[in-house]
Design a protein around this ligand. Structure first.
Ligand SMILES: [Zn+2]
Length: 249
């Protein structure tokens, strides 16, 4: 059993949350019980994740994608009302860490994807250092890299571009970072890996010779929040369970 504030302070400090300019509030988003015994982690605070947390009698739902984004209407209606009503009725704390969790050098989504894939990060550039430049553990072709991603992420990636030969330098950023592609091209990499692709990147990949791999927004961001949950169980006396969803995007 743990005090919520102790947990929040620990996360805030270890994730250096105050240092990020984010478009969502990091930390406590919806207040629930003061004492925490069981935490459910999930990529997104979906209705399914909230219902799972209720069924598991958890006091906290810890996510990467919370409920409040700058681009969204600020009223609480429809699906948002439904989610918030369930959280409040069941005294479940909703806690979210967005960019601080992408960027954390050990537990973050970018670092965890690199660890699972065996990539070595040599440089972090771009907006809030979210674009990682690095190397592969061994000589790899584009199709071998795509196969390895499929094995690690359990999802078939979309691969565009005509890069042939062995990949020397790659760039990656988990989630919806397709807009970083130009920066990756400018950094002189052979391939860029992120979670989502838009129409324009298909042409850029073909015209520049830099391959684009879209490996899934959900799939590339599963590891950070799980790792944070595991860290919390090492640090404090509580239990943790990860809730996964079969999100193809
Ligand atoms: Zn994301």
């Amino acid at each position: 059993m743990m005090q919520r504030e102790t947990l929040l302070n620990w996360c805030q400090e270890n994730l250096q949350a105050a240092q990020f300019k984010d478009y969502a509030p990091n930390g406590l988003q919806v207040e629930g019980e003061k004492q925490i015994e069981k935490i459910i982690t999930s990529v997104t605070a979906s209705l399914a994740a909230i219902e799972f947390a209720i069924a598991q009698k958890a006091q906290m739902l810890l996510v990467h994608h919370g409920l409040f984004w700058k681009s969204e209407p600020i009223v609480i209606t429809g699906w948002k009302k439904q989610r918030i009503a369930k959280l409040l009725a069941n005294e479940i704390n909703l806690v979210a860490y967005h960019l601080p969790l992408d960027a954390h050098p050990k537990w973050g989504n970018n670092a965890q994807l690199a660890e699972k894939m065996g990539w070595q990060c040599i440089e972090q550039i771009g907006e809030q250092n979210l674009l990682n430049i690095g190397t592969l553990p061994e000589q790899q072709t584009l199709s071998l890299l795509a196969n390895q991603l499929e094995t690690v992420l359990q999802r078939k990636p979309i691969v565009v571009g005509n890069f042939s030969g062995s990949l020397k330098k790659i760039a990656w950023c988990t989630g919806g970072a397709q807009s970083f592609f130009q920066q990756a091209i400018d950094a002189g990499v052979d391939a860029f890996i992120t979670g989502e692709i838009s129409e324009a990147q298909y042409h850029l990949a073909n015209e520049t010779g830099v391959a684009f791999i879209s490996a899934g927004h959900h799939a590339t961001e599963r590891f950070g929040i799980q790792t944070l949950g595991e860290q919390l169980t090492k640090e404090f006396s509580l239990t943790h369970q990860f809730f996964d969803e079969n999100n193809p995007v």
